[in-house]
Design a protein around this ligand. Structure first.
Ligand code: ZN
Length: 322
């Protein structure tokens, strides 16, 4: 394969066959490799320093009842930060839906002797509604979403959005202050827009499926996505050793919030280990609910993946929490 070099500083770039854009780790310059992407649409959330993440980790240990007890035996092995690319955009939807819902209807009946009783039966009600709404969608710009914390950070972003800076406005000096390795973007702007449109329609369809017994007519047209941005979000992972195992905690790099963790299982946690498996499944549900409230996720596999992950981690003697 051909060797790629940064157009601005000449540094070697790590490029895979799927790379759309490779941002130079040395100077921060976005190098186009393949596919479509507008440099104007690339934004970055500047990261905190490694030291701040270490402090956030120690605070977390202090605050956690289980971890505090293990504090003296916990040893930080590695602290690693990345910028991870996400696509974000806004889609407007218009259309109409006709659906049927079975509902229970009750009324009071009075017989000839003056006694009253309640009589209930099921009725099929038909509804006709118009769709006219706007939705934000966000999802990883990478093909594999297996990396630790990658989907958890989306949830955090929705609640605590960072201040974003256009990447093109960053000069080399500024980049030096906030630089971290940047994971390559593998989904280009065209593909991202297509996914946003599909996902937005799916979100609406799922909502009507959930609240009806039968959808009789469904028409929903997405607009071209607007305000489309490639957002580089900093994620830090702290690896620490306890006993003979390595555990990890993922932090949001713009505000130092812990977003995902695997942790040693103490006696108390071991007693709750079934709970861990159930929690994973519940989180899947919460993810879907959050989507319908406005800000959605492109790859909707996050919840299912976590349930599996939680289950497997419990078996390995660790717990996972958010
Ligand atoms: Zn460069």
């Amino acid at each position: 394969m051909q060797a790629f070099k940064c157009e601005r500083c000449g540094a070697p770039l790590e490029v895979s066959p799927e790379t759309i854009i490779a941002i130079c780790p040395y100077c921060g310059y976005p190098n186009h490799i393949s596919g479509s992407i507008d440099t104007e649409h690339i934004y970055i959330a500047p990261s905190l320093k490694k030291d701040a993440i270490y402090q956030a980790f120690m605070k977390r240990v202090e605050k956690d009842m289980d971890l505090r007890r293990l504090k003296d035996d916990i040893q930080v092995v590695e602290i690693e930060g990345h910028y991870v690319p996400y696509w974000r955009g806004r889609v407007s939807l218009t259309g109409e839906v006709k659906y049927m819902k079975r509902e229970t209807e009750c009324h009071t009946v009075t017989d000839s002797e003056g006694n009253t009783r309640e009589e209930c039966h099921t009725v099929e009600r038909h509804y006709h509604e118009f769709i006219d709404r706007t939705m934000y969608l966000m999802g990883s710009a990478r093909r594999q979403v297996t990396d630790f914390g990658i989907n958890d950070i989306i949830e955090h972003y929705k609640k605590n959005s960072p201040k974003l800076k256009p990447l093109k406005d960053l000069n080399e000096d500024e980049w030096q202050k906030i630089k971290l390795e940047i994971l390559n973007t593998e989904i280009d702007e065209q593909q991202a827009k297509m996914l946003m449109k599909e996902d937005a329609v799916d979100v609406v369809r799922e909502e009507y499926k959930a609240k009806s017994d039968e959808i009789e007519y469904f028409r929903c047209e997405p607009s071209e996505p607007e305000d489309v941005r490639l957002v580089l979000l900093p994620i830090w992972t702290v690896y620490y050793k306890y006993g003979n195992s390595i555990f990890k905690v993922a932090f949001s790099g713009w505000d130092g919030k812990d977003v995902a963790a695997t942790e040693p299982m103490t006696a108390l946690r071991r007693a709750m280990y079934i709970g861990g498996i159930i929690m994973g499944i519940v989180i899947g549900g919460v993810g879907a609910a959050a989507i319908s409230s406005g800000a959605a996720i492109l790859p909707l596999i996050a919840g299912a993946g976590l349930a599996y992950y939680s289950g497997s981690k419990v078996l390995a003697g660790t717990r996972i929490e958010r």
